[in-house]
Design a protein around this ligand. Structure first.
Ligand code: MN
Length: 477
């Protein structure tokens, strides 16, 4: 029997506001423990929370960026539970009416068609502190993060594959970065993802219990979680075993999910309105002023790249998805003025290397104008493709300047017919059988002859000129 995988995601994104959500305490990381906690972050009785305007603007921006409705009036509630990293005994969050709802992100489904993954809600909430366990008898508490602003983004269970989930998350993270409201670093915990998975058979009769996998640490791990859970749950269904709804976690070392706790009853957080935080009223004027501050986002950018630079949809989407890459593309193209050449080189050479080495554009060893110099040499036909690739490799690895490197190593392409002519004569004289083969119809051997000439020219000959000269000489024979 075949099964459908059903996935919903809950994402917590830490907003990069200057202060915390309800106090003037600084929202800074990497400080000594408990030094960003004057009064508002410690749940002191009597401390009056005042909602940060910046946090509200950022949350509205997220709402608009994810195509949501901004709710004109939203509410704040207390989610009550005891944990040492939560000194007030409750977290302020938005339950009844969140700041934004009913949005979506568009991804490609398995048939490469556009698919809307709906977003149910985006709510503002406070972060907790951090507990650090030393593995022995002590635990330490650092409240620097306590009260920092999070937005929780909840999707509908519209995701049906690991690929869709990964694309959804990538787009979500990239949009937060375009908007500059969160750094979106999953490895550092500023973006955290809970994954809800179950499977349903095609006749909609048998379904597994929804399993929540908490705090998955990377986008690729989210893909693995979904694949692993779907297989595990299908196996249970096939054996007619019924599992209790439960929470699991992903273990990166063994590539498996591990049971944390079973949910025999619904969680009870005893929510109540927060009497200290009035409802949030947002009018059109505020929404419009936030909208005016928003940069161009990836969907819009992709359409513009297709029109303005004549790119394919595929190339345009690769170059528009990520903020740094899109800026790099446009900056380099200003210096080269050949949108196709620049797009091809960034996608096929630069991004491939960046992915292989797992580094980002801002960490490149060479400067932007070095890259445009290289592309201009290709454009002006001064170096051939092979040389360009070699030089690019050295640039990428050692950060050299291409123009001086090419001069020092004497790599300028030679199109001079006299120079090429004499090498072609040599090669033809050395390979009479190959010429025979060519004349008897084996076109492919031409490549061998061109290769021999390229080798003797130390890679400097212009291959299309070589090609022409060889052909004209063979035909005369
Ligand atoms: Mn939450």
């Amino acid at each position: 029997m075949s099964y459908k995988t059903v996935v919903g995601l809950e994402i917590h994104a830490q907003l990069s506001t200057n202060t915390k959500s309800f106090s003037a305490d600084p929202n800074k990381f990497g400080l000594d423990p408990n030094t960003a906690t004057y009064i508002g972050s410690l749940g002191m009785p009597g401390a009056i929370p005042v909602l940060s305007k910046e946090a509200v603007e950022y949350a509205i921006m997220a709402g608009l960026g994810f195509n949501c409705n901004i709710n004109k009036e939203s509410t704040f509630e207390r989610k009550k539970y005891f944990y040492p990293d939560l000194p007030a005994g409750y977290q302020v969050t938005q339950v009844d009416t969140p700041i934004a709802s009913d949005g979506y992100i568009i991804v490609k489904d398995l048939e490469e068609n556009d698919k809307k993954i709906r977003i149910q809600r985006i709510q503002i909430e406070e972060d907790t502190g951090k507990s650090l366990h030393d593995g022995g008898e002590f635990a330490y508490l650092d409240y620097n993060r306590s009260g920092a602003t999070l937005i929780e983004i909840v999707s509908y269970p519209d995701i049906n594959s690991p690929e869709e989930a990964k694309e959804f998350l990538t787009k979500l993270r990239n949009t937060l970065r375009f908007l500059e409201i969160s750094d979106g670093k999953m490895e550092e915990g500023s973006l955290r993802c809970d994954v809800n998975v179950n499977v349903i058979d095609e006749k909609n009769i048998k379904k597994s219990s929804i399993i929540e996998v908490k705090n998955v640490g990377s986008i690729s791990a989210v893909g693995k979680v979904i694949e692993y859970e779907a297989n595990r749950q299908i196996e249970l269904l096939e054996k007619n075993e019924i599992e209790v709804r439960s929470t699991r976690r992903w273990d990166d070392e063994v590539n498996e999910t591990v049971l944390m706790r079973q949910k025999f009853t619904a969680d009870n957080f005893n929510y109540s309105y927060d009497g200290d935080v009035p409802n949030l009223i947002i009018d059109d004027e505020i929404i419009n002023s936030v909208r005016e501050k928003m940069p161009e986002l990836s969907d819009e950018k992709r359409e513009r790249f297709i029109k303005e630079y004549n790119l394919s949809e595929y190339d345009a989407s690769i170059l528009s998805n990520d903020k740094d890459i899109s800026i790099y593309y446009e900056d380099v193209n200003k210096l080269v003025n050949d949108s196709t050449l620049v797009a091809n080189y960034i996608i096929n050479e630069l991004l491939r290397r960046l992915n292989d080495e797992n580094i980002e554009i801002k960490d490149l060893r060479f400067k932007e104008n070095n890259f445009s110099d290289l592309l201009n040499l290709i454009k002006e036909n001064k170096i051939n493709n092979n040389t360009a690739k070699k030089v690019f490799r050295v640039m990428f690895e050692e950060g050299i300047e291409p123009i001086s490197y090419i001069e020092e190593n004497n790599l300028i392409q030679v199109s001079d017919e006299g120079f090429i002519d004499s090498i072609v004569d040599e090669v033809l004289a050395e390979n009479p059988e190959t010429i025979e083969q060519y004349l008897s119809g084996k076109d492919r051997v031409l490549g061998f002859l061109v290769g021999q000439v390229m080798k003797k020219s130390k890679g400097k000959a212009n291959p299309s000129v070589v090609n022409e000269i060889i052909l004209s000489k063979i035909k005369k024979q």
